[in-house]
Design a protein around this ligand. Structure first.
Ligand SMILES: [Zn+2]
Ligand SMILES: [Zn+2]
Length: 274
């Protein structure tokens, strides 16, 4: 067991984890928000998935809960760090120990396993006995913005972050692979919650690229509060019959639009000032 002096000695690691986690969430969410919601020249403004915009109060709430999520993630990251220093995990420091081929495989495996973990825990959190305590807060954002990606109730944040804690005990992972996994997770989540469709026309119905969840896929989950439980891939929803029946139709409609009308822009500006 680590003593008090040992804990003091690793305090900078805790601060680095907290700072890193905050930046990992704040930088992509702010960049996407400024680009899509604040920049008048946004070339994708015709690709807004839902007609309405969140109020400024909703965005502020999403920011507050995103910061709380970063704290929970950092706390768990610190626990993983302690487990690593005790030598309990399968995390390794030398890339040559397993080679590049395994390094690449482990990243893909982590993403595929995370998608499965997310799908099933997400469906579980939609159970009426669990929804209120775990997942209701995330669904308060009916028309998600980039800041909604990590707007979780603390209990849900714990569920989300526990995947990595389990993974480091079952799959050998290089530290860089863990970092790349985190960056991919946060970027896909922020993009998926952006409220705008960024994927090219035809993606949802494409034989190969159709396995990727588009932004419309998760946006529909927020607006309909049912179906489309997947995170990165569509296969679990397809296998389990939980894909929203309007998904491909909605994606085709949103991606057929081009530039927003001036009236839409005026409404956007008015909503953001509210
Ligand atoms: Zn949900
Ligand atoms: Zn969401």
């Amino acid at each position: 067991m680590a003593g008090f002096e040992d804990l003091i000695a690793v305090l900078p690691a805790w601060l680095m984890l907290l700072g890193g986690q905050l930046l990992l969430i704040i930088i992509p969410a702010s960049a996407a928000f400024l680009f899509l919601y604040r920049w008048k020249g946004n070339p994708l403004r015709g690709r807004k998935i839902q007609p309405g915009f969140s109020s400024a109060a909703t965005i502020r709430r999403e920011v507050r809960y995103s910061i709380l999520t970063a704290l929970v993630f950092a706390l768990n990251g610190f626990c993983i760090y302690l487990f690593m220093t005790e030598g309990w995990t399968l995390v390794y420091a030398e890339f040559s120990d397993y080679g590049w081929l395994y390094g690449t495989f482990s990243l893909v495996a982590a993403i595929v396993l995370h998608d499965a973990y997310f799908y099933w825990t997400h469906r579980l959190m939609h159970h009426r006995r669990l929804f209120h305590a775990f997942h209701r807060l995330h669904h308060t954002s009916r028309s998600p913005s980039p800041w909604a990606a990590y707007a979780f109730a603390p209990l849900e944040a714990v569920v989300q972050t526990m995947f990595l804690t389990i993974l480091v005990f079952v799959l050998p992972l290089h530290v860089t692979v863990i970092y790349l996994f985190m960056v991919h997770m946060i970027l896909r989540n922020v993009i998926g919650h952006s409220g705008f469709e960024l994927f090219p026309r035809g993606t949802a119905a494409h034989t190969v690229f159709g396995i990727l969840t588009t932004n419309t896929h998760h946006d529909l989950h927020h607006s309909a509060k049912a179906g489309n439980f997947g995170l990165y891939f569509t296969w679990w929803d397809r296998i389990c019959g939980t894909e929203n029946p309007d998904y491909r139709k909605t994606f085709a409609r949103v991606t057929s639009r081009h530039i927003a009308s001036e009236r839409e822009e005026e409404r956007t500006v008015a909503a953001l000032k509210a």
